[in-house]
Design a protein around this ligand. Structure first.
Ligand SMILES: C[S@@+](CC[C@H](N)C(=O)[O-])C[C@H]1O[C@@H](n2cnc3c(N)ncnc32)[C@H](O)[C@@H]1O
Length: 231
């Protein structure tokens, strides 16, 4: 197989934006994992075949404990975490349409008593004293140039400028953990895993694969991986 370049991956990211991007301008709904979900216009809707479907059922949840989801998108995993028995879930995203969609889904699925939704750029807008049993991010895997300009909220679910957000997550996730806590991150084969492994080392952590699954998305075979971040 020919090794993919930055440009090859960036082109696939643009194709994903075109194929998976939101067409609707009114509040809408989608189905995933046998449930119906709300979506505010402009937000990313995880289609069947995207990582959300796999990761949401594959990751280990801290039953009875505190779960932080960075980049919650429409809130599928955050709601699922509460339904799996997490006592407290904090769901954050950098985009307002994702935050609003998650608020709607927390209400729709009746988990308002244990899910809090906030806008945050990775950990930057969270109280530094807050700690969790599990910290998780289904991150955006296509590296965009440093001068890339986001023109729609949905693009934040695909692109990360120079993997700077992911680098911050890798470096800071352990500072957010309670004793014995676990830091998790996903990554799929559309992104540059070799580079992310190097970024992890620069951040002083290593990534250990916990599980993976290959599925078909937008004409591509995509392998989805769950990694544990250890320091
Ligand atoms: C691959 S999507 C996953 C969305 C959702 N968790 C899911 O599984 O459907 C990545 C998410 O991370 C969010 N995101 C991107 N950069 C971020 C940042 N710097 N801080 C917080 N969230 C970010 C995006 O808006 C998007 O919702």
């Amino acid at each position: 197989m020919t090794r993919q370049t930055f440009d090859d991956r960036y082109r696939i990211g643009q194709k994903l934006v075109a194929e998976l991007g939101p067409a609707d301008t009114a509040n809408t709904t989608f189905e995933l994992l046998g449930k119906e979900w709300d979506l505010v216009p402009g937000a990313y809707a995880p289609a069947p075949g995207t990582g959300t479907e796999y990761y949401t059922t594959a990751i280990p949840y801290p039953v009875g404990g505190r779960f932080l989801e960075v980049g919650c998108g429409a809130g599928v995993t955050a709601v699922w975490a509460a339904q799996q028995g997490c006592a407290h879930v904090t769901a954050t995203d950098i985009t307002e349409t994702a935050v609003q969609s998650t608020v709607l889904n927390v209400k729709r699925h009746g988990v308002e008593d244990r899910v809090r939704v906030l806008r945050s750029d990775v950990f930057a807008d969270l109280d530094p004293a807050e700690k969790f049993d599990t910290v998780f991010w289904n991150c955006s895997v296509i590296e965009a140039p440093q001068d890339f300009e986001f023109t729609q909220d949905f693009e934040w679910a695909i692109f990360d400028r120079g993997y700077t957000a992911l680098s911050r997550y890798l470096a800071e996730a352990h500072d957010r953990l309670l004793p014995g806590g676990r830091a998790l991150v996903t990554f799929n084969s559309l992104g540059d895993l070799d580079r992310v492994m190097r970024l992890a080392l620069e951040a002083g952590v290593t990534l250990t694969r916990l599980s993976s699954s290959t599925r078909r998305l937008a004409g591509e075979d995509v392998t989805y991986n769950v990694f544990e971040i250890t320091r």
